[in-house]
Design a binder for this molecule. Structure first.
Ligand code: NDP
Length: 329
């Protein structure tokens, strides 16, 4: 038997209910590789999939968990053999497919990445989808010319999962990091991760009629979107870039095009879900090299499968700090 967080739906009321239950290995979906999951995590999307679904879950009963790390149990694919340590993020696992909130998961071999040097399964999940996406954002900024010494790099939603890892990576790489947070009590935590400046959320929350403000930021990893992203665009330095990663503050972008036209600002879209294999591998290798593991540990909140229904509700309310690492065993 396998312990799993199973979300079931009452067809009459439309209500969903998440509970840890025993399932059989035969219940697992089709796939080439069966993984003995060791750790999973909690992301915003997991909050949606543990709860009402947010339109992401196709079929019930459902096992959420959009990322996991573990050891290959059995494989019908030449690339993986029992005992290999692997990590999975994206590909709509945990949404359209059963995910990592179970002691075993069965998936397509194409979706897996070998665990990079320098990371064990727990630290890989301390990074998780949020940290992997933060790394993709940093790599996109670098590819568009960002280098240390150009000025502060802004990280919005800094105490969240994406923001915490982005702050730690940028700090390690020698950047000045300006961390935007709505939680003043997170200031020490963010400075410990590598922030050199704390920007209160309210400083950037209000929209302004001025399409351009003082050129302040050399780059930005934006987990918030909405009015904050619109405001930030007008504060970017000439020729700099913003990596648009998230929408914690809203999906609308009430912005003017002026920063693009007069300052050559670039808005770079970051998607972690359908990212091709080669760039996944490159991002995980960079994480193994550039993310200080001791900082990572400071972000970790350990949890078990039983904790997930409550934690899922918390992340939807913006109450989770850093990275929740779920020991599924
Ligand atoms: P978290 O909930 O951990 O972090 C989001 C942070 O944003 C919060 O901790 C908070 O930081 C801040 N925040 C929350 N609500 C607001 C608000 N209304 N206005 C301004 N700031 C707010 O989520 P993650 O870090 O895991 O994910 C961040 C975003 O990135 C999400 O929207 C997620 O869906 C998206 N994402 C996108 C991916 C992709 O492939 N593009 C992959 C992974 C995530 P603080 O308290 O410090 O202000």
């Amino acid at each position: 038997m396998i312990r799993a967080l199973l979300v079931e739906k009452d067809e009459e009321s439309g209500q969903t209910h998440a509970e840890v239950k025993n399932i059989s290995e035969d219940d697992l979906p089709e796939g080439e590789v069966t993984v003995a999951v060791e750790y999973s995590t909690l992301n915003y999307k997991d909050g949606l999939c543990i709860g009402p679904g947010g339109g992401l879950v196709r079929r019930y009963p459902h096992v959420p968990g959009i990322d996991f790390a573990g050891t290959v149990d059995s494989s019908n694919d030449d690339r993986y053999a029992p005992g290999d340590r692997v990590v999975l993020t994206g590909w709509r696992v945990g949404e359209a497919h059963w995910g990592g909130y179970a002691q075993k998961a069965r998936v397509k071999a194409d979706w897996l990445v070998p665990l990079p040097e320098g990371l064990d399964t727990r630290s890989a999940m301390a990074v998780g989808t949020a940290g992997f996406t933060a790394m993709l954002g940093v790599m996109a900024l670098e590819a568009h010319g960002l280098a240390p010494g150009q000025g502060p790099v802004l990280v919005t939603g800094a105490s969240g999962g994406v923001g915490s890892v982005a702050t730690a990576i940028l700090g390690r790489l020698g950047y000045e990091v300006a961390a935007v947070t709505g939680r003043p009590e997170s200031a020490d935590y963010l400075r410990d991760l590598g922030a050199t400046q704390i920007v209160p959320r309210e400083d950037l929350a209000e929209t302004t009629k001025r399409p351009l403000e003082a050129e302040t930021w050399a780059g930005c990893i934006d987990a918030v979107g909405g009015a904050m992203l619109a405001r930030v665009l007008g504060q970017m330095k000439y020729g700099s870039s913003v990596a648009a990663v998230g929408l914690a503050g809203g999906a609308d972008l009430p912005a003017k095009v002026v920063p693009f036209l007069l300052r050559g600002v670039n808005l770079l879209g970051i998607d972690s879900v359908m990212q091709p294999y080669d760039s996944r591998l490159a991002a995980w290798e960079r994480i193994g090299r550039d993310l200080p593991l001791e900082k990572l540990e400071a972000m970790v909140h350990p949890a078990t499968l039983d904790d997930l229904p409550a934690l899922g509700a918390d992340i939807l309310k913006g109450r989770v700090r850093g990275r929740v690492v779920v020991d599924v065993n």
